[in-house]
Ligand binder design. Structure first.
Ligand SMILES: Nc1nc2c(c(=O)[nH]1)N[C@@H](CN(C=O)c1ccc(C(=O)N[C@@H](CCC(=O)O)C(=O)O)cc1)CN2
Ligand code: MG
Length: 300
């Protein structure tokens, strides 16, 4: 058996096109374009690439991109002052501080300072709480992208067994919340989980977000399962995921490749969240299917 490849790159391109198609309607109603501010502190090469892509894709969608590149030795107070300035700027609908931040910066204090209504990354505890309680908010981009790929492939997820491997605030925890709201039976596994293979073996959906190259083995996977690989690991100059791709492809029903799977969905969902933020901040109702009910999940 050979699994299907889930083409996240193509899905992300389609989502970006749907977002871009809504921008002129917003612009006509609000007399301005949606605006996204991205803040990069320091020179981490991977972060610089992601921030460049965010700016480019924001502009290609017809939105305004405000890019702030600060030196690596920027002080906590200067960064907080910039966040406050962006919170107050009516042209800015979404604010994103690229992670990781340099070690001398208190990341939590910075994320707490972003207005929850402009928090298009969905990292503010207010948005985490909104997601956990089924209230309208912002959902972190990577798990949101994973959910979209899963719903596109499987349709209704209700009743399916899902295992999320990893419990980070950015991926694992929000992913588990989204799958719970989609009525999956969710197991959150992590570094202390005993007999991980037995949990994976029961799962119809496997989301791997552990940050360990080629960690999840094909012979753990239930035949036909859908495998979402969030990992981006550099091994000998090559990008590999958290799933051992070759062995997973022999057992699973579908697998996201690395690169070209989940990664491109992150920025596409960021543009989607920015469009949603713009409509909410300007009080303009959003038509069309970009919302897809994800920010207003059913409470059961
Ligand atoms: N403030 C944030 N910081 C970080 C986030 C985030 O969502 N918000 N996520 C990651 C980095 N990231 C976006 O910021 C990101 C990661 C990967 C990709 C992507 O398209 N990956 C490609 C491969 C790219 C490559 O060659 O390196 C793929 O998987 O196909 C986009 C965005 C951490 N920080
Ligand atoms: Mg972990």
């Amino acid at each position: 058996m050979t699994a299907e490849l889930i083409d996240g790159k193509a899905f992300a391109a389609g989502l970006r096109a749907r977002v871009a198609a809504q921008v002129p309607t917003f612009q006509a109603a609000a007399s301005r374009a949606p605006g996204l501010a991205v803040v990069l502190v320091g020179e981490d090469p991977a972060s610089a690439v992601y921030v460049r892509s965010k700016g480019k894709q924001t502009r290609e969608a017809g939105m305004e991109s405000f890019e702030h590149r600060l030196p690596a030795d920027t002080g906590q107070d200067d960064l907080l002052a910039l966040v406050e300035q962006l919170n107050a700027d009516p042209a800015v609908d979404g604010i994103l501080v690229q992670l990781p931040l340099p070690r001398h910066i208190d990341e939590q204090e910075v994320l707490l300072r972003i207005s929850p209504d402009k928090d298009v990354d969905g990292f503010h505890p207010v948005n985490a709480g909104r997601l956990a309680t089924g209230m309208e908010g912002f959902v972190p981009c990577t798990p949101l992208g994973c959910l979209m790929l899963l719903q596109d492939r499987l349709g209704d997820l209700s009743g399916l067994d899902a295992v999320v491997i990893g419990r980070s605030n950015i991926v694992g925890k929000p992913m588990a919340a989204l799958l719970t709201q989609a009525s999956c039976t969710v197991t959150v596994a992590h570094s202390r989980t005993r007999d991980l293979a037995s949990h994976v073996a029961r799962a119809d959906i496997v989301v791997a977000a552990v940050g360990r190259a080629n960690f999840v083995q094909g012979d753990w996977i239930k035949p036909g399962a859908t495998v979402i690989d969030v990992g981006i690991n550099r091994v000998e100059g090559k990008l590999v995921g958290d799933v051992d791709f070759a062995s997973a492809m022999r057992v699973a029903g579908a697998v996201t490749p690395v690169p070209g799977g989940v990664g491109p969905m992150t920025i596409a969902c960021l543009l989607r969240n920015t469009l949603v933020a713009a409509h909410r901040n300007a009080g303009v109702p959003l038509a069309g299917d970009v919302l897809a009910g994800i920010d207003r999940p059913e409470r059961t």
